[in-house]
Design a protein around this ligand. Sequence first.
Ligand code: NAD
Length: 325
Amino acid sequence: MNIVSASVLVTGGAGFIGSHLTEKLLEMGANVTVYDKFDRYYEGKEENLALAANSRNFVLVNGDILDRDKLATVMKGTDIVFHEAGQPGVGFSVDNPNITNEVNVVGTLNVLWSARTNGAMRVVNASSSSIFGKPQYLPLNEEHPKSPTSPYGVSKLAAEQYGIAFHRVYGLDVVSLRYFSVYGPRGRPDQVVHRFTQSLAKGEPPVINGDGTHTRDFTNVDDVVSATILAAEVEGIGGETFNIGFGARTSINELARRLIIMSGMEGKVVARHQGGSKGDFPDTQADNRKAVRVLGWRPKIDLEEGLRGYVDWFESNVEVAKTAS
Ligand SMILES: NC(=O)c1ccc[n+]([C@@H]2O[C@H](COP(=O)([O-])OP(=O)(O)OC[C@H]3O[C@@H](n4cnc5c(N)ncnc54)[C@H](O)[C@@H]3O)[C@@H](O)[C@H]2O)c1
């Protein structure tokens, strides 16, 4: 499917990943409508679209994916849907499982139904590595057993399953991408890279939940955007799922160590530890070979380069750095 001149709808396009995706799609020549309710989970989303708003091919609709009538109105004439709207946060889902379910499961069902009834050709659905839960082996390939350890993971798995069912039952081309720990400029304030960098900018030690030995496959947002666009372009992959992670794993202690050095705080602060978070899982690492083989995806930005980019962005945007609600 050709992105150039296509009419695309980005749900959640004002968010972290959605806003980067929107910028890239506009740069490629697509006509982009962002549909976002500017959820108050964290502040500052309006600024995320500052660059996109300069484009003649950009339309912003303030709307909720739970509002089926409004969604149907914006869906008309859409060729490709990038479904990035969601209620993120493993910890948030532990305290608010109903909200997480409503947005991630019912909301996704609404998006799929609307896409199907209004003739969209493809839906690329943002899924998550959280669907796997505690790993039985690493790296995680697509077939690894799914046993989510949080309401968030359950909601993303249910949404993904709806996508597969919509492909089987209605022939809608739905492709789900399981993103692994995405980080980069404009990252969400509840995410570990942002939290550590913010503490260090204030001269405070990063606070690690648990002993910090758990590992994550940190994946730069630019690489995630390129995978997401390929998932719309490649033909014949309706009903498929892909693991979208860089393919390495780094402990949270190591992440803190690198950010301390990059922030120039070595010898001035030492990371602190507090109790672990409920719903968290020990390790993630993507086996991304299916994405490499089928999508032709090549993640390019390793953690060292990506973190440097993040810290640079943070330092020049510190006045707009967001605080978690
Ligand atoms: N960031 C990550 O590491 C990561 C990892 C795996 C999966 N994901 C998934 O990727 C997607 C984007 O994540 P993100 O990190 O950019 O989060 P984000 O919170 O920055 O973006 C989500 C966007 O969705 C919007 N939104 C929330 N509820 C909505 C609703 N009911 N109707 C319309 N818009 C709504 C929010 O306003 C926000 O702009 C989510 O589905 C998330 O679950 C993210």
